[in-house]
Structure formats: structure tokens, C-alpha cells
Design a protein around this ligand. Structure first.
Ligand SMILES: [Mg+2]
Length: 400
């Protein structure tokens, strides 16, 4: 029940070495006093319990507050715990408007970075209402529930802190929408996998330097993506089609990729990939990982050889955003409930179109434009941004 704002309430805090039965013991002790429970919070950190109970004061005629205090202290002493009892009135004040989840990923998470991030939250006028560890592996991930400041403002203030401090700070708005995100679409090269597939093909064609040269020109803005794709694929003309199998075998998944996909699938998410690379590789990944959607460019193969051309509609920067929309429509998921993950300038439209755009070990330009960034090389850390804990991730793995 909630206590009216002027009703007397008691905050009872119990602290000490945790063991089974403490919570039951406290409430058994309180049960004889005709109290109502207003709030309970309990945490255990390295074997030490902190149990806070907010209860109404003893009903008139049942007992005095003094008697209750003596009973609680006596019980606590008998089980080797410390008790603190504070008189007051009413329930917790309501949380402020503008509620966000701030997830901090550190590898390691230093006290200095934690100081800077929390000071920055305070400086915005935001209040930290709760703190919770999501994971200790492969990074330390801590979630802060913050209220009193708009999510966008918090994001703007915290983003520069994170790049300066070497931690990742993701700010997402609280509320049901976070739990409703049901489609995740990933880029492939340097996101789902560690490689750039065109470079693997170039290795077999002996044209790595030429391909790298075209890539550099594209990076300098001398070529757009489509021009650079055609120029690089042209360098592969004449290559034996058996190379496709070799390239598939060379592809290395990003650490955490399997865990990410497996966990999302078990949670009922749909998962897809969009790539400026090639269906010859993405179709194999779709099969291997059980993905729901995959789209990429297709290398043309005639008479057992690569022609140096691609067939069909080009998947470029605009194409990736278009595909995100069409996957979302096919999945029956509103765009606001999608998550997109990518590392390149090519991914920017898709990251911006999604409900949550995650820059994954991205170039600075992409990092700055995305909603949030992950700069540790573990793809499963994206799960923590969705509020999923490591325990839940591991339970999903064991349940297989
Ligand atoms: Mg990429």
C-alpha cells in the first residue's frame, strides 16, 4: 500500500553478514505490530546484506514505537546484524520526470571514470535513483536509473565524458519501449564479423593493394560507396568461384556474436543483417546463426568465374536504411522498436532510422552521430544496453 504523505512511517535498515532467513526474520518480528509494508529494497554485495523496509507506524493500541524499536534491535542483535530505525512521514517522494537508463561499460571500470560519469549526471540536475550491476563479464556493466533530466540532454552531456574516459556510456529512455524492442539489424563487415569480406577476396585475387587504394579514395570522399563497390569488385574479375568457399571459411565472427544472436532469439527477437558485402557470405552466416533476415550485394558468377560485377539492387548507405524498414515491416515491428548496429559511415542512415542506433567500435564520425556507442570488442555487450543481465544471458545459454 502507499502511505499518505502525513502518515507516520518507519524506515528500518538492517545491515550485516547475509544468511538465509534474514528477511523472513525481520518481518516475523514486525508481524505482531499491525504494520503495513510500504516499500522493501534489498541488496547483497560480497556477502553483506542491506535490507530496507519502509512500514507504517504501529497501530494505536497495538504497541508503542518504542516497544517496536526495542524488539527490532533485540532481534537484530540476536542474529548478529545492525539495525537503524528512522521515524518520519509518508512514502518515498515520487521520482522526477525524464527517466533514463544510463549503462556504463568499463574494461575495467575505474573509480575515476565512475566519479566523472556520476558527477556529470549530477551536474545536469539529474538524480541517480538506483544503481545495479548488469554484468561482470566480458566487461563490468553498471546501470544507473536516472530521473529529473531529459534523456537527450543526458546523452549530450555524457557522450564527451565517455570518449575522454575510455568507458562506454549508453543513455536510453526508460519506459515500456525499451522492453518492446524486438528487431535487431546488424552490419556485417567489422561488426558481426571481424573481417572486411572484399579484402578477403582481394587476398585471393592478389589485388589487396589496389582494393585498399580504392577504399582510401572512398574514405577521402573521392568516390561514393557505389562507385567504390564497382571499382573494387571489378578487380576480382576472372577469379575462380571456388574462392567463395575459401572466403567463407576465413570469416571470423566477432567475439560475443553467437551469444548476442542466441540470446536475442531466445528472447523472441528477430535478428537480421544488411551488408555492403556479398550474399555469397551473408547467406552462409544467416544459415549458421539462424538469422531471420539477410541482404547484401551479389557477386556475379558466370561459367565458374567471378565476372567483376554485382547483380541486382545495390545495398549502399540508403539501401541499408531501406532494408531496415522493410525487415521491420516484415517482422511486424514498428521502426521505433528496432535496434541497428554498425561501424561505418555506410551504416549512419540505418543507425539514425532505428529506435536505437549503436555505433560498434566505429569511426569517430559514426560514433558521434549514433544514439550510443560501444567501444569494447565484444558484440554481446549490446545486450546490456537493452537492460539484459549477464545472468539472463548465461541462463539462455544453459537452457539450450
Ligand atoms: Mg562495417
Amino acid at each position: 500500500m502507499s502511505a499518505s504523505s502525513d502518515a507516520p512511517t518507519l524506515l528500518i535498515k538492517i545491515f550485516g553478514r547475509d544468511r538465509p532467513g534474514i528477511t523472513a526474520g525481520l518481518f516475523r518480528t514486525l508481524a505482531g505490530y499491525g504494520l503495513d509494508v510500504v516499500d522493501i529494497e534489498q541488496t547483497v554485495t560480497r556477502g553483506r546484506i542491506t535490507l530496507c523496509a519502509l512500514v507504517t507506524a504501529p497501530a494505536t493500541g497495538v504497541a508503542t514505537e518504542g516497544a517496536l524499536r526495542a524488539t527490532v534491535h533485540g532481534w537484530a542483535e540476536s542474529v548478529g546484524l545492525q539495525a537503524e530505525i528512522l521515524s518520519g512521514t509518508g512514502d518515498n517522494p515520487p521520482r522526477g520526470h525524464g527517466r533514463s537508463h544510463v549503462t556504463v561499460l568499463g574494461h575495467p571500470l575505474t573509480a575515476g571514470a565512475t566519479a566523472a560519469v556520476t558527477a556529470a549526471i549530477t551536474a545536469t540536475g539529474g538524480n541517480i535513483d538506483r544503481i545495479f550491476r548488469l554484468a561482470k563479464y566480458p566487461v563490468t556493466a553498471v546501470e544507473f536509473a536516472v530521473s529529473g533530466v531529459p534523456t537527450g540532454e543526458l546523452r549530450t552531456v555524457l557522450a564527451p565524458e565517455s570518449s575522454a574516459l575510455g568507458v562506454d556510456v549508453a543513455v536510453v529512455s526508460a519506459g515500456l519501449q525499451r522492453r518492446a524492442q524486438r528487431l535487431v539489424v546488424m552490419d556485417v563487415d567489422s561488426t558481426l564479423i571481424q573481417d572486411e569480406v572484399i579484402e578477403l577476396f582481394a587476398g585471393h585475387a592478389g589485388c589487396e593493394a589496389e582494393v585498399a587504394g580504392v577504399t582510401a579514395r572512398a574514405m577521402r570522399g573521392e568516390l561514393d560507396f557505389e562507385q567504390s563497390l564497382h571499382a573494387r569488385v571489378a578487380l576480382l574479375a576472372g577469379l575462380d568461384a571456388s574462392v567463395v568457399e575459401k572466403v567463407r571459411a576465413q570469416v571470423r565472427l566477432t567475439p560475443g556474436a553467437r551469444t548476442l544472436v542466441r540470446t536475442l532469439k531466445r528472447l523472441g527477437y528477430q535478428v537480421g543483417v544488411v551488408s555492403g558485402g556479398f550474399t555469397q557470405v551473408t547467406d552462409a552466416l544467416r544459415e549458421e546463426l539462424g538469422l531471420d533476415f539477410a541482404a547484401a550485394n551479389t557477386l556475379e558468377i558466370v561459367d565458374g568465374r567471378l565476372t567483376g560485377r554485382v547483380t541486382g539492387e545495390i545495398v549502399d548507405r540508403a539501401g541499408k536504411a531501406r532494408l531496415l524498414r522493410s525487415f521491420a515491416a516484415a517482422a511486424g515491428v514498428p521502426l521505433a522498436q528496432t535496434v541497428a548496429i554498425g561501424d561505418g559511415a555506410n551504416d549512419l542512415d540505418m543507425l539514425n532510422a532505428a529506435g536505437l542506433g549503436v555505433a560498434f567500435n566505429a569511426k569517430p564520425l559514426v560514433r558521434e552521430a549514433a544514439h550510443t556507442a560501444v567501444n569494447v570488442p565484444f558484440l554481446d555487450t549490446v545486450l546490456y544496453l537493452l537492460g539484459i543481465t549477464r545472468e539472463e544471458v548465461e541462463a539462455a545459454g544453459v537452457a539450450e
